[in-house]
Ligand binder design. Structure first.
Ligand SMILES: C[S@@+](CC[C@H](N)C(=O)[O-])C[C@H]1O[C@@H](n2cnc3c(N)ncnc32)[C@H](O)[C@@H]1O
Length: 258
């Protein structure tokens, strides 16, 4: 069911899960239409995991398994998702997937070589149980990389203001900062490092950029002009002379060893 801009009539009586599932549908549609818009958001954190042939890599939360396109065949990817809609998309694409709850990862002790988490755990209020579980499932000397929205950043402002205003679900993030380092240390991780990743989302033109953000963030109460104004309030949109359109983006990245 393709989402039409400003089609508000379609979901007046949806409950929270249905609205969240619809967000999942719209998010997936954005990722299918422009699969490489966020390429750097995947490849930069991946480059910090020193992937080796045969590695068992877990993506948590995976969404629809978008990481797979950036992996060599010798990497064994397993997707963990909290949303049935996203888990279904992983299955439809033949990706290995299971549902998880932050207090309980469906994986054996020390069974994972590398674990990556991109732009998902800012939805979780108390991250300590999840970090403890991640520490349990990663093998000794295994690696963790978390890239997510930083407290007080322009991206955090955009999500908790513009996405909160124009999406049906609203947005309230529990973003990452120095407390995250402490929580990872408390879970038992060592060699903790933190760095900001600055990069751009890339599009063939500005309309694609705006439609992508409308879908990705479920901005059903917005017109494309509202999306543009909201983005520019917090972030830079560039239209280089050689063509295309770019949106600056930034995540805070933590790496750690088990
Ligand atoms: C922005 S998407 C990121 C998905 C994927 N990592 C990516 O980069 O495209 C947010 C993800 O967080 C998950 N999520 C939302 N709320 C959650 C929660 N309370 N607990 C765990 N995961 C949650 C969603 O299912 C979704 O996969």
């Amino acid at each position: 069911m393709a989402a039409k801009i400003n089609d508000v009539s379609a979901h007046h009586h949806m409950n929270y899960q249905e609205i969240f599932d619809r967000r999942g549908q719209m998010y997936h549609e954005a990722m299918l239409h422009w699969p490489d818009a966020r390429q750097q958001e995947f490849t930069l954190p991946l480059s910090l995991l020193n992937l080796q042939p045969g590695d068992y890599l877990v993506d948590l939360p995976s969404g629809g398994g978008y990481l797979q396109r950036y992996l060599a065949d010798e990497i064994n990817l397993h997707c963990l998702e909290s949303s049935q809609v996203f888990a279904d998309y992983c299955q439809q694409h033949g990706f290995s997937v299971s549902l998880f709850h932050e207090h309980n990862l469906p994986l054996a002790d020390g069974s994972v070589d590398k674990l990556l988490s991109i732009a998902g755990i800012h939805h979780i209020v108390d991250k300590q149980p999840l970090f403890n579980e991640i520490h349990r499932v990663i093998r000794p000397d295994g690696l963790l990389c978390i890239a997510d929205v930083e407290t007080g950043s322009a991206v955090a402002g955009f999500l908790d203001d513009v996405v909160d205003r124009y999406s049906e679900t609203g947005h309230r993030g529990y973003f990452l900062d120095h407390n995250t380092l402490q929580a990872l240390a408390e879970a038992g991780f060592c060699q903790l490092k933190q760095q900001r990743l600055h990069y751009q989302w890339q599009f063939p033109d500005e309309e694609a950029l705006l439609r992508y953000c409308w879908l990705l963030f479920g901005l059903e109460k917005a017109r494309l002009g509202d999306v543009k104004a909201g983005l520019q309030q917090y972030l830079n949109i560039e239209s280089p002379p050689e063509g295309g359109a770019r949106l600056e983006w930034q995540l805070l990245c933590f790496t750690a060893c088990r």
